[in-house]
Structure formats: structure tokens, C-alpha cells
Design a protein around this ligand. Sequence first.
Ligand code: ADP
Ligand code: MG
Length: 523
Amino acid sequence: MSSTEREQRLEFLGLTPRDVQSLKALRPLFEKHIIAIEDAFYQELLAFPETARLLRDHSTVERLKKLQRDYLMRITDGRFDDAYFEDRLRIGKTHERVGLSPCWYLLGYNIYFKLFVPLIRGFFANDPDCAYESIVALEKVFMLDASLAMDAYIASDRYRHLQQLESIVNDSADVIFALDAENRIRSWNRAAERVFGWRAEEILGKPLAMLVPPEVLKMGELQRIENDIARDGHCHLETVRLARDGGRVPVEVSVSLLRDPQEHSIGRSAILRDITERKRLEEDNLRAERLAVIGAMSARLAHEIRNPLSSITLNIDLVGDEIEMLAKERAGAADEARSLLRSIDSEVRRIQRVTEDYLQFARMPKPRRARISLNEAISQGISFMDSLFAATGVRVETDLNDSLPAIDGDEGQLWQAVLNLVRNAIEAMPNGGTLTLRTARVRSGVSLTIADTGKGMTEEERQQIFKPFFSTKPSGTGLGLPLVQQVVAEHGGTIRCESAPGHGTTFIIELPCAEESIHAPKS
Ligand code: ADP
Ligand code: MG
């Protein structure tokens, strides 16, 4: 409470120096009766269940009586200074904290009056004016004290209310923040810290644009939101926002106008719900649906195409032999025919490759689990590919951890997955390079890392590689990695990819190990 507020309150009560004199004159009376007054006061007060409940303990009541006696004697000092005000506010707060309703506070003063007035009348029996003035002065002081106690009640009530609001905002699972009229961030709750990675002290005062990806800014989204708010006072939309690490967070946003008590706009409040998980589920469902369609379709397609293809391949060989015979007679025509045949052959091979990619899905039954060694599966598979590596100038390095626990899996499908990754790696290194296959123990089981020194990919590509049909190759199907992902998922594992243009690509697969090898000692 400021000194002007204090003076104002005293002035309002009209507490004059004369009143102070009257109070001082009461001192001998107070000294004489103070013990009896306090006893009578508490007797009356404790007759009510609510107060009796609070003041059950005899020693507490005795302590309070002593405090009250000091208080009443202090009144007859007539010093209503800073310290006096502070003490009364503090005592009001204490009453509020123990849960005594403010009405008891006022009723208490009523009891004092009933006790004091007859005493004062008797004390100044010969001078009724003097008695009257003392009673009025006492009333003014009691009113002052009651008003200060009320202040304490109101202040702590408001404080509690604010604290409640603050904890609601802070504990909300949704991001909640406020913007001022210049679109600068003015509040930031815990969910906001979690979702965006900025701590409150780092982001307060910063412009909202910091949370908006540049591509979204460019499309004028903030302006559209402003227009909606100008028209309707609020705005809801689904969009993406930018986290501190540059990641995009899909969010559901609702923005509303913030107004002061006079209804003037002072900024915006924003509530953002992180819908990453929902989006992921939607995408997973979409992917599963697509893969199922591909599976069904390719089973038919492959069947229709594969047989004719085989016979075409066979016939190409036969025609080749015929041409060699004819070449002895007409060399020029034979050259021409050979080149045509080569081009037919390469197209057929291409169709075969595509058919194989589709067929992988068609053939994908539920994995047949067996106890297998990942290391063995890899070294065996790789050994059959030597000629391919030699032809493409790819050097293979393996680093297989020999204490690798066994896993439960379908060896055929797992090799199929590895093969897809290896093929991609070879295709990413048209001028040769190094392919590294590494196995290791990890907390969740075993890991398999397949790294190449090829052309790598952009962040945008990396985000899409597991989508069916995503391919950057002229004759790619974009079905290799979706298959890998499917196999890994069926085995309860995870796959991730690290890559940068010009810096090669690394795929990391983690698979759970077979049940009993979890506790097996490292050999
Ligand atoms: P496809 O090989 O038929 O294109 P995939 O699903 O196997 O289909 O791969 C999808 C895309 O992912 C490729 O087209 C390529 O852009 C990218 N990719 C996959 N593996 C690598 C790699 N090791 N290096 C660079 N890019 C890769
Ligand atoms: Mg591929």
C-alpha cells in the first residue's frame, strides 16, 4: 500500500489529532479491563461452530488473546504509521489463509463494541461528550482495521484467481501464447516450450514470424489470419509452424482477438494443437492402403507379364543365334539387326526389373519367423554379389559385430530388404565408391547400418523416400524403400536415413533381438 493510499484512507475516516487524543485517554481503562475483555471476547466468539472449529486448541486461543491484547493497547498509542498498516494487512492475510470468512472479521469488531461501549460510558460517567468522542474515535480505528483486512482478503483472492488461470494455461497440453499489437510474443506456456523448443525467456518479445516457415510466410498466411480476425474476431486453420531446430510442426491453430476491459484490441491469443501424431497415423493408414492395392494389383499384373516376358527373352536369344548365322552372308544387315536386338533386350530387362519390384509386394506373405543370425544372412547374401560390385566399381566393407545376439525373423524377407538398400546404394554411386555394412548391439536389440559414398539426397527428397512411387530415377518404381520399411515394421523394427547431397547416404535399421538373447551374456 502506497503512502498516498494510506493518507487517503485516514482522511476518508476523518481520523483527527483529537481522535488520537481521545484514544490515548482510554489507555488507563484498557489497561484495567483488557484481560477480562479478551476473555469475554473469545468466549462469545467461540460460541459459533465455525470459529470453534478453527480455534480448537487451548494454547492457540491463549496465544491469540495475548496478540489481541497487544493490538488493543497499541490503538491507545495513537500511532497509525506504515508499520501499523503493514501489521493489519498481514493479519488480514493470516485470517484469510486459515480460511476464516471475512464476515467473522467484521463480527469480531461488533463484539468488541458491545464490550467496550458500556465500559467507556462508565469510565466517563461525568463527561458524556468525552465518552461519545472516545467511542467515535474507537469506531474509526476499528473501521480502518476492518477495511485493511478486507483489502488483504480481496488481494489474495485475486492473486489465487490469477494463479489458477496461470496454472491452467501452463499445464495445458496445447500450446498457448499471447501476441501484442505488433505481433510480438508476450507469453509462452510450457507446452509451447516443449513443442517448439524455445524457452520462454528466449522467445518473449520476438516476432511471431519466427514460428512461421518461410514458405508459409511467402504464401501470405499471416495476412489471411489477420483478415479473418478483422472480420470475425477469430480464426481457425490447419497449417505448419517452425520449431527451433528447423523442423515443421503440423498444427491446428485458433487465434482470437485479445481486448482490454474497454474492449480495445491489444493483441491476439493463440492456441496451437500439435497434430504430428494424427498426421502420422493418417499417413500410415494411407500408406498401408496403397501398399495393399499395389500388392493385389501386382499379383495379377506380374502374372500376366512375367510369362510373356520370359518367352520374349528366350526368343531374343534365339534370334541372336539366327543373326550370327546370317551374318556370314550379309554383314551390314546383321549389324543393324544386332543393334535393334540389343535395344529390345535392354527394354525387356527394364520391364523385368519393374515387374520384380512390384512382385516383391505381391509375394509378401506374413514373415515366417525363425531364429537367425543377421551377420550370416548378410555375409552369405553379399558373397553372391561380387561380380555386380566388381562391374560397378563399388568396394564393399563389412564390419559385423561377432557378439551380435540372434534375432527372430524371416531371413528371405530381411535379405530382400537389405538387397533393396544395397541396389539403391550402387545406383547412387554410378562412378563407384564404398559401400559399408555394419552390425552392432544397441539398447533395443541389434542395428544394421548400410552406408554409401554416393550422391546423397536433399532434405526434401529424404522426407519422401518411403512414400510408394517416390523415385528420382528415370526408370525407378519408387517401391524399393516402401518394401524395406514394410519388412522392417513387420519385424518390429525401425528404419531411419541420414543423407546430404554429395555426402553419401546412411540407412540405419534397428531390430529387436530374440527373446532369450536379451539377457544372454555378451560372449
Ligand atoms: P527407386 O530405387 O525405384 O527409385 P526406392 O524406393 O528404392 O525407389 O528409392 C526411392 C528414392 O530414394 C530413389 O529414387 C532415390 O531418389 C532415393 N534414394 C534411395 N536410396 C538412396 C541412396 N542410397 N542414395 C541416394 N538416394 C537414394
Ligand atoms: Mg530402389
